[in-house]
Structure formats: structure tokens, C-alpha cells
Design a protein around this ligand. Sequence first.
Ligand SMILES: [Mg+2]
Length: 437
Amino acid sequence: MNRRSFLWGASLAAMARQAVAQEAKQGGGRGGRRGMMGGDSGRGLQPLDGGKIGNAGAMKITDIKTFLVGAGGRNWVYVKILTDQGIHGIGEAYSAGPDEATVKVIEDFKLWLVGNDPRNVQYLFDVMYNTTRFPGGLIVNSAISGIEHALWDIAGKSAGVPVWALLGGRTRNKIRTYQSTGGATPQQAGENAKAMIEKYGYTALKMGIQAPGAMPYNQTIRDTVAHVKAVREAVGPDIDIGVDVHAKFFEAQRAIRLGNAIAEFNPMWMEESIRTENFAAMKKVSDHVNIPLASGECNYMIHEFRPLLELQALDFVQPDICCCGGMLTMKKIAAMAEAQYIMVAPHNPMSPLATAVNVHFAASTPNFYILEYSAPDSGARKDVLKEPIMVKKDGYVDIPNKPGWGVELNEEAFKSMPPAPWKRGTSFRSDGSPYFQ
Ligand SMILES: [Mg+2]
């Protein structure tokens, strides 16, 4: 596209945006309040009893703000929804790479949501999901997820209860967590794993594998076995060890060979043993290894997870609450998994706000197993929330008991955390061709 046509396209988009905003202002049309709240057009959700929900008064979304925060090498994308009752809600969208794009999508959804009651979470999810029509990818689904979190935070604060209390209440007293570790050599990996377990009291950890692209395949197997063996010997027989392949293998058969090679060390699971687009290939792996398998961080919405779960190709499913669709979608995925006797171990590499959201999911979900976690005791993790949820000395975290998520963004700290463009580095095979990682 040349510059002239690009500018023409941009001005057309700006005009369309203006038109939608004008419709919303006037209370009509596809994005207008009357269109979605009912009003005299009769379309969309009609307020009950003047908009009251139980004893809580009527409420409307007045604004949706975003914060793009530099986390040291990566950005975190936050959503803040404001209401006419002075209650606000916060959420986190996945850091997709082109994070500015996620911010733009959130700003677009704002046109559809302002004027609505934020407590009708499923309805507003449906408005966003149906409005896009085409199934979203990482950016759209991350925007939906971050907004949805903020709606839940408002719903909890409005009712005066933690979000977990709106999701069926607690099923447990505390939340089990694990953290990732590594090391360039097997000896370093063992020492690092032992030090981390001793410091935080974790009952589980996760480790990556040596990159298979730049070295002979047999060497990848040998190196991975040596690392897993060293970590197992360092932490003892009863610490759970997740081995994350990060979909670095393309061929199912090679993932099978790796799985069988590490089986003697009793891993908690082998994670993303191959890429996630081909469920039949994932089933092939599960049919030929004798260790638990985990995957799901790259999948979205109930419609992708249903066939994956029905295949019985996994023992642990790992949706990410910042991109899979949000809390309600996670609960639905968990329910489908429960019916398949599959546990949920949420993927959670984002910020301490994502951890807080996941803790409410974990508290209320019977087939929750363990939460990915990074202790917020250094760097950006220490600063982005006023009171991040800190692991206790037994490897578990407490369940918040304040209204909403029970945590708040430290917006003052954001002033010294400017965002920077971020994208994944590319890995190359020895012949120069890039590989998935
Ligand atoms: Mg992973």
C-alpha cells in the first residue's frame, strides 16, 4: 500500500470511528446506549427495576482507560473501567508483542461498552465477541480478556465481596504455585532449582529444554535428560517438575522420544510438547508417552478448547486468563476439563495483576491444580500493584478477601515505567531457517 492510499484508509477509519462515537453519544445505532441497553429502541439488554441489582443501585460505564507499562524488556497492558458510581475495575490483557495494537482494540471496544451496566459481564462479553464476528486472535482476545477482568472487579466491589464469592465461593484455603528456573549447565540448573525451592518453599517448579534448532537432535535429548536429571537430584523425589518444551519440536515422534527419555525422572508434566494447532498430532504424542502432558497457553475461547479436551490428549490444560477470553471463559474451559477428568494449571507469565485474577479463579475451581507464578519481590513486579500477592514460605499464596480482586494498580509507579516496543526474538536452525519457539 503506498503512503497516499494508507492515509486515505486511515482517514476513512477515523470517519467511521467518529460516526460510531456520534451514534453512541446520541444513544442510538449499532454502538449506542439505547442499542445495547434497550432504551426506546427496544434492542439489547433491558434494565431491570430501574437498573438496580438487588440492593445495589444502577451503574453505567463512563470511560475505559489503558496503561501500557514497561516491565523491563516487555510491556504489561492494563485496563481500567470507570463508572458513574465512583467504582472502578482493573484488568490485564496479554502482552502480545505489538502491544499498542491491543490498546487500540480496547479503545475500540470502549465505543461499544460506555453507557452499559458493567455488572452484566456475560452480556458485555457477548457484545464484544459477537461484534468482531470473526474469531479473534491473540490481540482481540487479549483485549476482550482484560476488559472482562475489569468488569468482574467492578461486580465484586459493587456487591461488596471478593470475585471468588461470585463464582461459587471458595473450594480451598490457599493456592499452590510454582515458579520457573533454569541454568546453562545441568549443575547450574540443579543449584538454581534447589536455591529457589529453599527460598520460597515451592512444592513444584518448571524448567525449559535446550533449544533443538541449533544443535543435533540427539544432543537436545542428551542435554535435556542431563538437566532434568540434575534438577531431580537437587530437589529430591517429591518436588513436582514441569518440563516445558515450548513447542520447539515440529514432529510428534521426536516429542515422543523426548517424553520417554525423561520419564524416569517422574516429571509433573511435559508442556507444549509440539505446536498447538494440530490436535491430532497432540493425541499421537499422548498415545505414545507414559508421562502427563500439558498444553493450552496458545489456545483461545471455549470453541478451541472443546475438541482439545474431548480428545483426551492432555492431563493438564493451561489456558491463560489474559488472552483465552477472561474469567468466565476460564470457568467454562475448567468445567469442560472437569468432565474429562483433566486438571487446570493456568498459564500465568504476565504481571501480579494477572496472578490476582488467577487466584480468584483457582479459589473457586474444583479441578484447579497449580498456578504459574513469579514472586513479586524485585523489578517491575514489585512496583505495579500497591500490594502484590506474595508467596508464603510453603509455596502457596493466600486468597484475598477484599471486594473485587482485592488489589489495586500503583499508577504512580507507572510514571517511571515507560513502555518500549517489544517483540519475541527469532530462533534459527543451523541452516538459517527460523523455527517456532
Ligand atoms: Mg509454556
